[in-house]
Design a protein around this ligand. Structure first.
Ligand SMILES: [Ca+2]
Ligand SMILES: [Ca+2]
Ligand SMILES: [Ca+2]
Length: 179
């Protein structure tokens, strides 16, 4: 599994949590948590897209789910998302108002509004990064990562471009993406 620079804020927050709870001669987490699985960014959201409950997210489920997600976030039905709308939605759907991919990573044109296509493209890029295109159906189990593995990567400085899930990363232009 490879890691993208875009995941660094998420990874460093984990390292910070580890450093807060650690002593020099002890592992950073209690022993019963050392092999725990944690969700990748948007893992909670994508898991909810699995409407046929086969524990895989298909292309159709993604397309349907991301459209529903946008409609749920667009509370004033204006056709785009304000920062307030996005953060309120992200708190409920992603687990945090500042969860990745984050406002700055989605608002590609920098106009401080998330257009529908910007929103959908950002999450489509993430799903592709996790392997949706290659696998056709994305196993929900692949949306988790071993906590020890993440911490080990951070400590070894082994991050490199290419994606949290081994995909193409986010260097592509929005025009290259389809939803
Ligand atoms: Ca499914
Ligand atoms: Ca709106
Ligand atoms: Ca925008």
């Amino acid at each position: 599994m490879r890691f993208s620079y875009s995941a660094l804020p998420f990874l460093f927050s984990l390292l910070f949590l580890a450093s807060c709870s650690s002593k020099p001669d002890r592992p950073p987490f209690p022993r019963d948590m050392q092999n725990g699985q944690i969700l990748k960014p948007a893992g909670l959201l994508f898991s909810g897209f699995d409407t046929d409950l086969n524990y895989h997210m298909s292309h159709d489920e993604f397309a349907f789910g991301i459209e529903r997600a946008f409609l749920a976030a667009d509370q004033d039905q204006s056709g785009d998302l304000s920062l307030w709308e996005y953060q309120k939605w992200a708190q409920a759907a992603l687990g945090s108002a500042t969860a990745l991919p984050g406002w700055m990573g989605i608002d590609r044109d920098g106009n401080k509004i998330l257009e529908r296509e910007e929103f959908k493209r950002a999450y489509h890029r993430l799903a592709e990064e996790y392997g949706l295109t290659k696998l056709n159906e994305l196993p929900l189990a692949s949306l988790t990562v071993d906590m020890d593995e993440v911490l080990s990567k951070i400590r070894s400085g082994g991050q490199r471009p290419g994606g949290f899930g081994g995909g193409k990363g986010r260097g592509r232009r929005p025009a290259d993406d389809t939803v």
